[in-house]
Write a protein that binds this ligand. Structure first.
Ligand code: ATP
Length: 215
């Protein structure tokens, strides 16, 4: 169970706030008790904890995905950019710019790299020209993906799949990116490449980031 103090930075107004969140699974398994955290605009916040500590549950509470796991917020509130409630609607959150990269990469294995990126853009009904421009941007951020553009995602290495999962999320043009253990199982050099891109997105484009990691 995680119970962490909010990181308070006076200058950054809140984008995401979890306040005293309690979560149960199946109505009986208590996974979170009293979690509060805050991500300010333009901040990168790390949520650290060991196996089973409740990181994924915390991210799912923020992104409205608990119901899909038979979980529910039983107490507390979630607020994202002016929306507030005891759990917010996942689709509205994505449309509002809160985009989660799930643990385990979850690319569409039989679709090509490029098709996976195009799928990301479907959420925001982008024009064809916007999709082309945004995909080019992802290839510039992750040159390894440009080299595998026509390959089926399922044939990529773990690191490339993680890059693709992040790239697909970026096609939504997020304002807040939720990343669930993006470094898991990857070589240190690949982890460094991925974290460099995340840092650049944050510095250059103001994308806020909430990242769950064990380390
Ligand atoms: P990991 O690093 O293993 O991904 P985590 O910190 O993300 O761990 P969670 O996956 O959030 O932790 O799990 C928190 C607790 O909730 C654990 O005790 C876990 O067994 C339980 N739990 C998670 N998902 C479910 C579920 N769908 N149904 C029942 N219990 C669950």
């Amino acid at each position: 169970m995680i119970s962490n103090e909010p990181r308070v930075t006076a200058e950054a107004p809140s984008l995401l706030e979890l306040d005293d969140i309690h979560v149960d699974y199946e109505g009986i398994i208590s996974a979170l008790r009293g979690v509060s955290l805050r991500v300010g605009r333009g901040e990168i916040v790390a949520l650290l904890g060991g196996n089973g500590a409740g990181k994924t549950t915390t991210l799912a509470a923020a992104s409205g995905l608990l119901a899909a796991k038979r979980g529910a917020i039983t107490r507390g509130t979630v607020a994202f950019d002016g929306q507030r409630g005891a759990g917010l609607d996942a689709r509205r959150l994505v449309q509002g710019g809160l985009v989660q990269v799930l643990e385990g990469r979850r690319c569409f294995a039989h679709l090509s790299v490029h098709e996976n990126l195009v799928a990301g853009a479907l959420v925001r009904r982008a024009s064809r020209a916007e999709v082309v421009a945004d995909a080019e941007r992802i290839y510039a951020l992750f040159p390894r993906l440009a080299h595998r553009i026509g390959s089926a995602a399922g044939l990529l290495s773990g690191g490339e799949q993680q890059m693709l999962a992040i790239g697909r999320a970026l096609m939504v043009r997020p304002r807040l990116l939720l990343l669930d253990e993006p470094s898991i199982g990857l070589a240190p050099q690949i982890v460094q490449e991925i974290f460099d891109v995340i840092t650049r997105l944050n510095r250059n484009e103001g994308v806020s980031v909430l990242i769950a990691e064990q380390n």
